[in-house]
Ligand binder design. Structure first.
Ligand code: DAH
Length: 357
């Protein structure tokens, strides 16, 4: 029995994997294993012999069984350790190789627009994308039953149960930033407000989220003539052409009086858009003189102050300047698209140094 014990203990200690352990278990304790066969011999012994041998065999069996289990557990731990070692992963590393992307056309154009208007003395104002009904509509002279509300295809936020106030909305335009800026800063004021806006709409030229830039200039003697000059100056700088021609078309917005939609002279030859020449007109923005009720809603006295406002689609002017055909691709995060249409992070647009070089 001592020989058996030494033999199996040595073999178990040296077993390299679970398959070898199982072979050893069968060889010792299986139905035809060495220890099982010895157990069968007990029947031929006389009672006193049997008592001694039986107890010793059982002890041997238990000892081998315990050694097998201990080794199996140890092998399992080692296998787990090995797996943990080989599958170790630093989750704090970047998910993708670095420097794959470029500056998105929307970011680029936002920078260009900001640089041009900064040169004309406009600061940048901001407001929240989740906006109250009052800022997005009422303060802009769009009361609850006004038809303009339907045209905005508004996304509404969920309202807490029992809350009687109108639900907040995803802002449908950047115009509420006019209200916030005037309420905070009063007049005189000269700001632009670029940012994201939302409407329920989706086709080649519409996405549910898009970008606008709002402009606002309030002082004691600001007129439509100033609006026209500022917009012409902007278009010349932005489209990087010497001459532009704008056409003001009478229109209606609740927050301006009078209101005008502005078209730019262009040509479409061979699918190529040229700004400043040709006999086509393309709408690029909405504008007007800020309505006295809008001024009053912000605490600015309309008998002293007046001025202009305008709103322009950033994605739209990006498509026009850089010849990008489909708006939806702007927001698909396709790296191939971004490499084709994107800009170098080192090229900061400035009026003096060039906008898009
Ligand atoms: N908020 C308008 C829109 O999203 C655009 C607009 C038109 C803004 C005229 C203005 C403005 O500031 O004066 O359709």
């Amino acid at each position: 029995m001592d020989d058996l014990l030494t033999k199996y203990m040595g073999a178990i200690a040296g077993a390299a994997d679970e398959a070898m352990l199982e072979d050893l278990r069968l060889a010792a304790l299986g139905k035809k294993g060495e220890i099982s066969l010895k157990m069968r011999e007990l029947g031929q012994m006389d009672p006193t012999q049997r008592q001694v041998a039986g107890a010793a065999l059982n002890a041997l069996k238990d000892e081998i069984d315990a050694a097998l289990r201990a080794k199996k557990a140890a092998l399992g731990d080692a296998a787990l350790d090995e797996r943990l070692r080989s599958e170790w992963l630093d989750v704090t590393l970047p998910g993708r190789p670095r420097r794959q992307g470029t500056i998105h056309p929307v970011s680029q154009v936002t920078e260009e627009v900001t640089a041009i208007f900064a040169d004309m003395g406009f600061a940048v104002a901001e407001g929240p994308q989740i906006e109250s009904d009052w800022y997005n509509f009422d303060a802009l002279n769009i009361p609850p039953e006004h038809p303009a509300r339907q045209e905005h295809d508004t996304f509404f936020m969920a309202r807490a149960e029992g809350d009687a106030r109108p639900p907040h909305v995803l802002r449908t335009h950047t115009s509420p930033v006019q209200i916030r800026a005037m309420t905070e800063q009063g007049a005189p004021i000269r700001v632009i407000a670029p940012g994201r806006v939302y409407r329920m709409d989706m086709d080649q030229t519409h996405t549910p989220m898009f970008h606008q830039v709002e402009g606002l200039a309030i002082d004691k003697d600001i007129s439509m003539a100033n609006l026209k000059w500022v917009l012409e100056e902007f278009c010349r700088a932005y489209f990087e052409v010497d001459q532009v021609e704008l056409r003001f078309r009478a229109s209606h917005f609740p927050f301006t009086e009078p209101s005008a939609e502005v078209d730019i002279r262009c040509s479409w030859e061979g699918g190529q858009l040229k700004i400043g020449e040709g006999d086509k007109w393309m709408e690029i923005l909405g504008s007007g003189m800020v309505h006295p009720k809008v001024l009053a809603a912000t605490g600015v006295d309309p008998s002293i102050w007046q001025g202009f406002a305008f709103g322009m689609g950033i994605d739209r002017i990006a498509m026009l300047k850089y010849g990008i055909p489909d708006l939806r691709a702007f927001f698909e995060s396709d790296l191939r698209w971004l490499r084709h249409y994107g800009f170098s992070a080192l090229d900061m647009p400035t009026v003096s140094g060039g906008l898009s070089r």
